[in-house]
Design a protein around this ligand. Sequence first.
Ligand code: HEM
Length: 153
Amino acid sequence: MMPVHRHTLLVLLLSVFTLMPAHAEEPSSELYQALGERSGIETIVKELLGRIADDERIASQFKGIDVRRFHRNLSDQLCQLSGGPCSYSGNDMRSVHAGMGVSDTQFNALAEQLVRAMEEEGMPTWAQNRLLERLVPLHEDIVDVPAEAAPTR
Ligand code: HEM
């Protein structure tokens, strides 16, 4: 009787340890995959840039920005937020947007254009929603942040 039990236990433990890492990784990379990985995200951001330029609610705020830097940093950020193998190395959201006087309407306008860009690229609705969900916590660091919130250099 005993050897059978020991064997069963061993098989059970081995299955648990073999399955564990796969399960731990899956939920975070699923969204990244659905967005088309790094290249899909870069396409969305490019599309978003065009839409920002055409949206009179927000276009003026972006006049004169370093477009390449914005594209790279937002792509890194969305890649990281969606569980992809990237790390965001831009400035923190609070100091980037401090003193811009970003309104709720403008925040929503940008989110709306992001959704349209994802729609355009055929991203599934669940993936669009999940990415937005992960952007919601950034709201308080982007909207109406007083200029004093920027670090003094
Ligand atoms: C979900 C909402 C938003 C996210 C995730 C976001 C994210 C970012 C990121 C990652 C950068 C680049 C930071 C860097 O290069 O260090 C950036 C820059 C910028 N953002 Fe936002 N942003 C959002 C909303 C907005 C809104 C609503 C406005 C204005 C209407 C805005 C205006 C800007 C401007 C003007 C820059 C360029 C700053 C510069 O390079 O001097 N952002 N944002």
